[in-house]
Design a protein around this ligand. Structure first.
Ligand code: DGL
Length: 262
């Protein structure tokens, strides 16, 4: 059966994964998409691995009911804790996102890279494995971005609370002389302007959005799943809490935002 016109599914603990969805839909303009913002259960980062897996299974089932042809796990916390489980249990290609510490380790001159991510990501075995695979002379300064996801989910992207927290998290890394900062949570690219004001121009800010988009394209090619239709692609975004927050972030054509349970 030809499933190439079926949508690419995405899920995240909330609205942050749309930073990835934007990259993918820009690189692959023919593709229909369905995005799940599980805002009701955000943040995932403070939950146990078992709880995160359960939520990922719920999201995956919903996307499979919508006949998605592949799923992008647009959340570092979900990927680092649950993607192995999902790949073992569901017969569909999954694309995940991991903090870009490897690319950062290749460009740093001071040999010190900072990473801002959730507790769930930084404590995961997958992250530990990637961190251990870097060259010995690279020092990673890890910081948990406590509270940032919640503020973004509450529509407080441009608040004093956000800038105050960012100062608290970034100043110690700057004092350690990092020259690359990895955004290890898909909510954080929405904070890039605020972060840039704090870290200045000498530090490279790295997120994984473009790499995930390229990987999604490669996976579709590999499985012969590219949508060849010339019709405008359709996008449906489901959110299970306060759709106004998502509406503020999305302005793409042919996009419908629906607030409902899933
Ligand atoms: N966007 C999610 C991530 O990339 C946020 C996780 C959370 O909900 O704590 O990790």
């Amino acid at each position: 059966m030809d499933s190439s016109k079926n949508a690419i599914g995405f899920f995240d603990s909330g609205v942050g994964g749309t930073s990835i969805w934007k990259e993918v839909t820009t690189l692959l303009p023919n593709e229909n998409t369905i995005y799940l913002s599980d805002s009701k259960n955000a943040p995932y980062g403070a939950k146990t691995k078992e709880e995160i897996i359960q939520l990922c299974v719920k999201n995956t089932r919903f996307l499979l009911e919508q006949n998605c042809k592949t799923i992008v796990v647009a959340c570092n916390t979900a990927t680092t804790n649950a993607i192995n489980f999902l790949r073992k249990n569901y017969n569909i290609p999954f694309i995940g996102i991991e903090p870009a510490i490897k690319p950062a380790s290749l460009i740093t001159k001071t040999k010190k890279i900072g990473i801002l991510a959730t507790k769930g990501t930084l404590n995961s075995t997958l992250f530990e494995k990637t961190a251990n695979s870097l060259k010995n002379d690279i020092i990673i300064k890890e910081t948990i971005g406590t509270g940032l996801v919640e503020l973004i989910e509450n529509g407080k992207l441009n608040s004093l609370e956000i800038t105050t927290l960012l100062h608290t998290y970034l100043q110690p890394m700057l004092a350690e002389n990092i020259d690359a900062l990895v955004l290890g949570c898909t909510h954080y690219p929405y904070l890039t302007n605020h972060i840039r004001k704090i870290v200045g121009t000498k530090i490279q800010i790295i997120d994984s959005g473009e790499a995930v988009a390229r990987q999604t394209k490669a996976v579709l090619n590999k499985h012969n799943l590219q949508n060849q239709s010339k019709a405008s692609a359709k996008h449906v975004l489901f959110i299970n809490k306060n759709k106004g927050v998502l509406e503020q972030l999305i302005s793409k054509k042919h996009t419908t935002i629906i607030e409902r349970e899933f």
